[in-house]
Each structure stands twice: as structure tokens, then as C-alpha cells.
Design a protein around this ligand. Structure first.
Ligand SMILES: NC(=O)C1=CN([C@@H]2O[C@H](COP(=O)(O)OP(=O)(O)OC[C@H]3O[C@@H](n4cnc5c(N)ncnc54)[C@H](OP(=O)(O)O)[C@@H]3O)[C@@H](O)[C@H]2O)C=CC1
Ligand SMILES: O=C(O)C1=N[C@H](C(=O)O)C[C@H](O)C1
Length: 245
């Protein structure tokens, strides 16, 4: 049995993670921690899952790593600087590992993978992500990661920037520039989490779309991470490393 603690346990995703952990025969839910609860409640956990908020996840991670607890992190807001900081904490606590993934949905991971594969074949690419209006960060962690993977694939293929003759625009009209890829963020009641990667070339376009229908969809990926994190080495970014992609 792996002893699992959940941070953000009363949140939209945390509730689903708690249910999935409690239902798994090989996992034991030993702590459900949310805002206002002491982190000490996590002391008995071997693995902690974090779905909280970009503003507080770093403090949670530092506490877990310094207590030798492996972490599976879905909370977004990680840039290169934050990842480097986490690497430093893990290096100071050998044998403690962390899996940080902007999306634990298997289909979402495949969407990112297919987008990176397609990127080298098209002159143009832009990303549109669409989420519920309670989301704190824009663009989404998934969109940022997709843009980075697409940009790397384009660089490796020797492609330059996507063509764009815009010389005058309202602020934000062309979206955010992530590694040279334009990313547009929609926030709309009724949505959960969705993304389109639109690729264009001579006379044709390809749209790769992913839709999240409910938040239980994240739990198979989270449980995979919980089961595998102890066997990883330091920091792993992205669930794709566990999916043989
Ligand atoms: N990687 C992935 O697959 C996915 C990632 N996410 C990301 O996960 C994060 C959480 O998303 P979501 O569940 O929708 O958000 P919610 O706001 O529904 O849940 C976050 C929970 O964390 C609680 N919280 C706030 N501060 C603390 C604290 N200091 N200690 C413990 N708990 C705290 C919140 O309490 P309160 O509401 O009182 O502030 C809330 O209950 C976001 O960054 C989101 O982008 C979401 C879906 C999938
Ligand atoms: O906040 C959300 O809801 C989600 N956040 C993650 C992100 O920022 O990519 C994953 C998914 O899109 C849902």
C-alpha cells in the first residue's frame, strides 16, 4: 500500500483525486489537506498529490521535499525558473522525487504529443485554449507546455516564425507569445478545459482538439504518477515520460 496525501483536497480536482485514491486497492488515503489545514497532517504520507494554486504550490513542494515525501503535482504556473528551484530542493534531498505535469489527462498528453509531431510539417501554428472562468492562470499550463514542445519541434526542423504581417493591433489581439507561438485564452462559463492546436500550410489546415468532459478524467494519470513517482529520478516534467511516447 502506498500512503497518499492530497493537498487541495476540497478543490475541484482534489475531490476527484481523493475519491480515486480511496477507491484504489493499492493506495491508502492518509491525509486530505486544504486551505487552513496544517501541512503537518501530511507527515505520514509517502506521496503527496498537489492540486492547489500557482501562488502557493512552491511552498507546499518545499515542505514535502524537505520532509522526504515524493510529490505528484498538477498545479500549474511552473516556468523554467520554478522548475530549476525544485531541482535544487530535490538535489539537496536525494531519493526524493517529483512529477510535475501540466495535464494528467491521457488524451491531453497525446494531443500535445501529436501537435509536436505535426509542427515540423506546417508553416503556421497557433494555439487556442478554452477554460472555465474560475481559472487563475492564463494561458493554461497545458497551452504553455504545448507551445514549448511545438516551438522546439519547429526549431529542430529549421522552421522560422509563423508568417504574420500584423503591423497594428489592439493589446492582446494576437494572444500571448510563448516561445514564438501565439496562444489565445478564452474564459467562458459552461466550459471545463479545452484546447485546439491549429496548424496551417499551403492550401490546408489541421486542427488537433482536446476536450475535458469532467475532472475525474485527470485521475488515471494522477494514480499512474502516484504509483511510479518513487521509481523516478529527481524531477520529471510531463506525464508523457510514463506513457512510452
Ligand atoms: N495538471 C492537471 O492535469 C490539472 C491541473 N489543474 C490545475 O490544478 C490547480 C487546481 O485546480 P482546481 O482544482 O480547479 O482549483 P480549485 O480552486 O477548485 O482547488 C484548489 C484547492 O486548493 C485549496 N487551497 C488554497 N490554498 C491552499 C493551501 N495553502 N493549502 C491547501 N489547499 C489550498 C483551495 O481552497 P480555497 O478554494 O478555499 O482557496 C481549493 O480547495 C490549478 O493550478 C489548475 O490549473 C487543474 C486540472 C487538471
Ligand atoms: O485549471 C484548470 O481547470 C486546468 N488546468 C490545467 C492547465 O492549466 O493546463 C489543466 C487543464 O487544462 C485544466
Amino acid at each position: 500500500m502506498i500512503k497518499v496525501g492530497v493537498l487541495g483536497a476540497r478543490g475541484r480536482v482534489g475531490v476527484e483525486v481523493c475519491k480515486a485514491v480511496a477507491a484504489a486497492d493499492d493506495l491508502e488515503l492518509v491525509a486530505e489537506v486544504d486551505k487552513g489545514d496544517p501541512l503537518d497532517a501530511l507527515t505520514g504520507a509517502e506521496v503527496v498529490v498537489d492540486f492547489t494554486h500557482p501562488a502557493i504550490v512552491m511552498g507546499n513542494l518545499e515542505w514535502c521535499v524537505s520532509h522526504g515525501i515524493h510529490t505528484v503535482v498538477g498545479t500549474t504556473g511552473f516556468d523554467a525558473g520554478r522548475l530549476e528551484t525544485v531541482r535544487g530542493w530535490l538535489a539537496a534531498n536525494p531519493g526524493t522525487n517529483s512529477l510535475i505535469a501540466p495535464n494528467f489527462g491521457i488524451a491531453a498528453v497525446l494531443m500535445m504529443h501529436f501537435a509536436a509531431q505535426a509542427a515540423k510539417h506546417f508553416e503556421s501554428v497557433e494555439i487556442v485554449e478554452l477554460h472555465h472562468p474560475h481559472k487563475a492562470d492564463a494561458p493554461s499550463g497545458t497551452a504553455r507546455r504545448t507551445a514549448e514542445l511545438v516551438a522546439r519541434a519547429r526549431r529542430e526542423a529549421g522552421l522560422g516564425p509563423s508568417p504574420d504581417a500584423t503591423t497594428t493591433a489592439l493589446d492582446g489581439a494576437r494572444g500571448a507569445d510563448v516561445d514564438g507561438v501565439h496562444v489565445h485564452a478564452v474564459r467562458l462559463a459552461g466550459l471545463i478545459a479545452h484546447q485546439e492546436v491549429i496548424l496551417g500550410g499551403e492550401g490546408e489546415t489541421l486542427t488537433i482538439r482536446h476536450d475535458t468532459m469532467n475532472r475525474a478524467s485527470f485521475t488515471p494519470g494522477v494514480l499512474l504518477g502516484v504509483r511510479r513517482v518513487q521509481g523516478l529520478d529527481g524531477l520529471t516534467v510531463g506525464l508523457e515520460r510514463l506513457l512510452d511516447l
